[in-house]
Ligand binder design. Sequence first.
Ligand SMILES: Cc1ncc(COP(=O)(O)O)c(C=O)c1O
Length: 333
Amino acid sequence: VENAIKAALITYQYRSRNGSEPSSESITSCMENQAPGSPNLSVISFYGGFHGRTLGSLSCTRTKSIHKIDIPAFDFPATPFPKLKYPLAGNEKENRQEEDRCLTALEATIETWKTKSPVAALLVEPIQGEGGDNHASAYFFQQVREISEKHGILMIVDEVQTGGGNCGRYWEHESWNLKSPPDFVTFSKKMLTGGYFSAPGHGPKKGYQIFNTWMGDPHKLVQLEAVHEVIRKENLLERVAETGDYIHQGLLGLEQKFPKMMRNSRGKGTFRAFDTSDPRHQVILIEKLRSKGILIAGSGTLTIRIRPTLTLTTQHAKIFLDALEICLFEMSS
Ligand SMILES: Cc1ncc(COP(=O)(O)O)c(C=O)c1O
C-alpha cells in the first residue's frame, strides 16, 4: 500500500508536469521537505477503512485509534463509507440512498481540498475487512471510479484482504465491471507476499523511486506460483463458492435460532461475517470460539469475521457452525 501510494503520487506529479523533468527548485526544496519538490497533495480514504500501519498508509487507516495513537499523521481527508442494511437483497432502495449520500460527500470533500491540499489518490477496500465487514454495491464503486477519473485522481483498490481467492474470484474489484480498471491494486495475505500491480504507464519513472532492500521478497513468487497451481488444479475457487454458501446458509439458520444474539450475515465466497448484538458479546463470543479451537477474529465493534483458508470444505465449516451454535446457546442461557 505504501508503495502504491508513492507510485500514484509520482504518476500524478509526472502528469501535472506533462512528463517533463522536475525543476531545479523542486530538486532542492524536496531536500528540505518543502514544496514544490515535496508537493502539497493528499490521499483520500474512507472512514472504517484499513490500509496498514506504515507511516503513509497509517494516515489513510481509519479503524481503531490503537493503530494511530502517538504517531504524527499526514493531513489527509477521509469521507464516509456506506453503512448498508443487510440482507442487501430487499433493502436496495434505502441502500442506494445511503450510497448516493456517501458519493456526494466524497465529491464535496475532493472539491473542498482542491484549495487546501489537492487529492491526488483515493484508497478503497472492496469490503472493509477490519472496519466492520462493510459492503458496498458495484454501482457505488463504479461511481467512485467515475469521480476519481473526473478529478484526475488515481484510484488504488486495496485487495490485501479480499484478493487471492477467498471472495470466490481472484480479485473482488472484477465484480464491479468498471469501465476502466483501477489505476493500482494492492495485494498480500493469500498472495503470500505484499505488492501492487498498476495500469500501463503508472510505473515508477526512474530507478530507485520505488525501491527497497528485499523488493517484495522475490522467492515468495516461486511459492505463490505453486499455490496458484494448487488453486487451479484443485478448483479451489469453486470450493470457496460452495463452502461459502454452506457457511452462509448455516449462519442464516443460527440467526433464526438466536435472533437476539446475531444478525446481518453477509459476505462473498468464504469472506463472511455477522454482527453480534453488542461489543461485549463480540469479545465474549470470540473468546468462547477460540476456547473451542476455532481461530476467529472481530471486525469493527460488533462483527465477527470469518477468513478461512481456500482449502476449507463443508465438513470443516460444519465443525465451525456446530461450535458457534454451542457458544450462542451458552451465551443465551
Ligand atoms: C485491507 C488491508 N490493507 C493493508 C493491510 C496491510 O497492513 P500492514 O502493512 O500494516 O501489514 C492489511 C492488513 O491487515 C489490510 O487488511
